[in-house]
Ligand binder design. Structure first.
Ligand code: CTP
Ligand code: CA
Length: 223
């Protein structure tokens, strides 16, 4: 357990972290989810707090418990996450580690869907708001440092580099979430930090170590 440093490099700085999956309802008892455990986002929030930051932690329904000593805002859907993020502003840095559902069911049913209605259900989807892009492209009150993640299974660096430019964030933490890497839901991470200066490969290390190293980089960037 790390104690927050009252005189740490991030003391007096307010930062935001999104984490975990989102759940998108199909009907009152069913939802669409993904394999994010929330481990990496939680470790980042903890590491930022340990450097003295005032952390707002916006989390979907994650497997791991949120860190102690941070302001926790629990949400379910992508739309709720966007609203919670906007309410938390202004912040000096924002890290978008959540695995936000790209799509939601266009009109979730308010009553439980029944087999007896005949035929198979057909779900129609609509796109969720892109929280990272929305915040990265704010005209007024944009955080000084916006960090996104890129979960990729193919052409990781090329896709993540393009994602950074397209969304307008400052840094992208790229990781290969192919099933065999064991990263999504696992203990370790193997990331490449992409900024305007280029791509920096980090060795495979625990998600806690990735978090500590990233928090230190954020502290350097903000001072
Ligand atoms: N993200 C977000 N809101 C969304 C989708 C993604 O804020 N609706 C954020 C994630 O938190 C992450 C980054 O955008 O920081 C990239 O997420 P990713 O799923 O890799 O990228 P997408 O733009 O959704 O593209 P795709 O899934 O098609 O690769
Ligand atoms: Ca996505």
């Amino acid at each position: 357990v790390e104690a927050a440093l009252a005189d740490g490099p991030l003391a007096g700085k307010r930062v935001l972290v999104t984490s975990g999956p989102t759940h998108e309802p199909i009907d009152p008892v069913r939802y669409i989810a993904n394999r994010s455990s929330g481990a990496q986002g939680t470790a980042i929030a903890r590491a930022l707090s340990a450097l003295g930051a005032e952390v707002v932690f916006v989390t979907g329904p994650a497997d791991v418990a949120p860190p102690e000593g941070v302001e926790v805002v629990r949400v379910e859907t992508a739309q709720e996450m966007l609203e919670a993020v906007q309410s938390a502003l202004p912040v000096e840095a924002a890290v978008f580690a959540a695995a936000v559902a790209d799509w939601r069911v266009a009109s979730a049913s308010t009553s439980k869907m029944k087999k007896t209605k005949g035929g198979l259900p057909v779900l129609e989807f609509t796109e969720n708001p892109d929280i990272l892009a929305t915040i990265s492209q704010m005209d007024k009150g944009r955080p000084a440092l916006v960090v996104g993640f890129a979960a990729e299974t193919d052409d990781v660096i090329d896709n993540a580099t393009a994602k950074r430019t397209r969304k307008g964030c400052d840094w992208i933490v790229a990781n290969d979430v192919s099933h065999e890497t064991g990263i999504m839901g696992g203990k370790d991470n193997d990331i490449t930090l992409i900024s305007q200066e280029g791509a920096e490969d980090w060795p495979r290390m625990s998600k806690e170590d990735v978090a500590r190293r990233l928090a230190e980089r954020i502290a350097q960037a903000l001072t």
